[in-house]
Design a binder for this molecule. Structure first.
Ligand code: ATR
Length: 273
């Protein structure tokens, strides 16, 4: 039987771990004879040609990472309503040549949070106001949380908060973060090679709080190390990666994603547990 091909496109792409965990999922469900997941570097200038090639070659799924999540939208036949609200597509399903865009990044925020707390009515602080923050804000509002966006450039937080009808503040005012039930970092602060950096002071965190960092390289950021020292519950960025991939897996294959196998594969790759 011919494989249905899926792939992740981005630039750079060589370090993408999407093929690793999607293919592990196919193996776990014994559908590796039907599906295969690859990666391909696509430069932004080549995006229109690449999308048409994947459409014509009947690629089943096209996962998009930076810098293609917004730029790909004009080349699609349809965009699902949620992806439209978030303003970014990370998942494209090819149904016999019709390309429909989705966003699963918000599942990567909401699902791990819902595993540890009931979000409704909780005060959530989102750090950052870029593309990743948009998915986080959408996810938390879906979970009926009370959201405040904190950003280094407060004007950007203000614009985003008006669009999503929530509150905003400057990251400089983050001394009040201990008042929040949940803190989600969507900035790149703390990412390799700047592993000594954290977007907020350790004293901003406390027992009973949940701190989620979407940065997953390194596995445990300075922010999460500090959060643990303060007695907070932490959620690693790997959880976002796993859950956004699991939702993609379901859209591409129609099968329930084997989340545990995907998690184990990813953590083994990081030499964790
Ligand atoms: P992404 O799409 O990954 O979210 P982005 O759109 O470039 O990336 O957004 C990056 C976010 O990280 C922004 O909110 C940015 O703050 P500014 O709007 O003030 O630029 C934030 N960010 C990046 N580096 C930062 C730093 N050193 N300190 C605080 N915030 C930072």
């Amino acid at each position: 039987m011919q494989h249905q091909l899926c792939l992740v496109i981005g630039d750079p792409i060589e370090h993408s771990l999407s093929p690793l965990i999607h293919n592990a999922g196919y193996g776990a469900l014994e559908i590796q004879d039907r599906f295969r997941f690859e990666k391909e570097r696509v430069e932004i200038k080549d995006l229109p040609e690449a999308v048409e090639r994947f459409r014509a070659s009947m690629y089943r799924g096209i996962s998009c990472t930076l810098p293609h999540k917004i730029e790909v939208i004009p080349f699609l036949d349809e965009v699902d309503e949620t992806a439209g609200k978030i303003g970014a597509v990370n998942t494209i399903v090819n149904d016999e040549g019709i390309l429909k865009g989705y966003n699963t990044d918000w599942h990567g925020i909401l699902n791990p949070l819902q595993e540890v707390t009931e979000l409704a009515g909780k005060k959530v602080a989102i750090l950052g106001a870029g593309g990743a923050a948009r998915s986080a804000v959408y996810a938390c509002l879906q979970g009926k949380a009370i959201v405040t966006i904190f950003n280094r450039t407060p004007e950007k937080a203000e614009v985003l908060s008006q669009e999503f009808e929530c509150s905003s503040a400057s990251l400089d005012d983050s001394t009040h973060l201990a008042d929040y039930d949940v803190i989600i970092n969507t900035t790149s602060v703390g990412m390799t090679p700047h592993m000594e950096d954290s977007p907020i002071a350790k004293e901003s965190m406390r027992v009973g709080q949940i701190v989620f960092d979407i940065v997953y390289n390194p596995y445990e950021t300075k922010l999460l190390q500090d959060a643990k020292k303060q007695g907070a519950t932490v959620i690693h960025g790997t959880e976002m990666f796993i859950h956004q991939a699991a939702a993609q897996f379901e859209l591409y294959t129609g099968e329930k994603a084997p989340v545990e196998v995907m998690r184990k594969t990813l953590l083994e790759h990081f030499n964790i547990a």
